[in-house]
Design a protein around this ligand. Structure first.
Ligand SMILES: *Cc1c(COP(=O)(O)O)cnc(C)c1O
Length: 357
């Protein structure tokens, strides 16, 4: 099989052993003579998978019983409004920090349903930094943040000292490092960046965040429905949940979140060192707010960009073209990206600069 190193931002790379096990389960799940794609979500086999997925989320993060773990559909984009519908009572306001395109989308949806103040924004700098030094009025119901800005390549390295619970979109860095759960009233993440395939969204909600609203909501859009139904009120996305469970198992077997954090920091350093040492490359983010998951950069001489991309593609590196709002390049180096893959790219960057500067 042709070996490609996949730097795509999402859907993205997953661990090789997970691909292998998932592909075997498509033909025969654990020797039961049925495919994972045809078993009932009410079958004991799937109940076991769901229980293990739930337990792995709890164990990896170290969640207390104050939190519920849900596997939902509709992507992180549905959580942009479901959070507000379920958590923000009439007459109360929510505070948002705008750190890029995904925050902007979250704010847009929130404004349809509730009162929202954007209390800090990095828009002025074209999202090269994470805003700091703003005050958070304790009168807000919650503070919404986007932990890692997949498109711009910035990431919260320190959380604001918030007097109110945070609601956080962790789609692109969930499980990339330890999570200080107690800061968060709700965490959500589309699986397709760092957790599993597209089609499932992880939601972690603290019980005391719920029950504050009086408005009537459609059944499917109430967190309580999915809590009561164990994420099986309706047919859950069986296969994406299964593959996410396998990925979390892999993560646990490889040392959990503290270990993966060290690996992720080493990987990111390999690329940022090249960016810092060779003026041929210009990083998008200010150094202190750089993402360990999505490394964004341009070439100082944009005329070389097309050649650089083909140079990388010829060497087997795919998915490097930057998002249209930033241009240039983006190397997404999620948990499943091996250090050797990042080393290959770092070497390509060095050799291209040497021969084309
Ligand atoms: C990809 C992404 C989303 C969108 O997720 P969907 O599951 O496609 O709705 C939201 N937020 C962030 C930070 C993302 O990276």
């Amino acid at each position: 099989m042709k070996q490609i190193i996949n730097f795509s931002a999402g859907p993205s790379i997953l661990p090789q052993p997970v691909f292998k096990e998932a592909s075997e389960a498509v033909l025969d799940l654990n020797g039961i003579g049925l495919s994972i794609l045809e078993i009932s979500h009410r079958s004991p086999q799937f109940m076991e998978i769901m229980d293990e997925a739930n337990a792995l989320v709890r164990e990896l993060i170290g969640l207390t019983d104050d939190y519920e773990v849900l596997f939902l559909t509709g992507g992180a984009s549905t959580q942009f409004f479901m959070t507000v519908m379920n958590l923000l009572p009439d007459g109360k306001k929510a505070a948002y920090v705008d750190t890029g395109s995904w925050s902007v989308k979250a704010i847009k949806e929130a404004k349809i349903l509730g009162q929202v103040d954007v209390i800090a924004s990095a828009k002025e700098s074209n999202y090269t930094n994470i805003p700091k030094g703003y005050t958070i009025d304790p009168g807000y119901e919650f503070l919404h943040t986007t932990s890692n800005n997949t498109i711009f390549g910035t990431q919260f390295q320190e959380w604001p000292d918030s007097p109110i619970p945070m609601v956080c979109d962790m789609s692109s860095d969930i499980f990339s490092k330890p999570i200080e759960a107690s800061r968060f009233g709700l965490i959500y993440a589309g699986a397709q960046k760092n957790l599993g395939p597209a089609g499932v969204t992880l939601v972690i909600v603290r019980k005391d965040m719920l029950g504050k609203i009086n408005r009537e909501l459609p059944t499917m859009l109430k967190y309580q429905t999915h809590i009561d139904g164990g994420s099986m009120y309706n047919t859950p996305p069986v296969f994406p949940i299964y593959v996410s469970m396998l990925t979390m198992r892999w993560l646990k077997e490889n040392g959990g979140l503290e270990t993966i954090q060290k690996v992720n920091e080493r990987k990111a350093k390999l690329l940022y060192d090249v960016i810092d040492e060779i003026p041929f490359y210009l990083g998008h983010s200010v150094p202190e707010d750089r993402s360990r998951m999505n490394v964004t950069f341009n070439l100082a001489d944009d005329a070389r960009s097309k050649d650089f991309l083909s140079y990388c593609e010829e060497a087997g590196c795919s998915g490097l073209k930057g998002h249209k709002s930033v241009g240039g390049f983006r190397a997404s180096i999620y948990n499943a990206m091996p250090e050797s893959g990042v080393k290959t790219l770092a070497e390509l960057m060095k050799s291209f600069a040497l021969t084309h500067a």
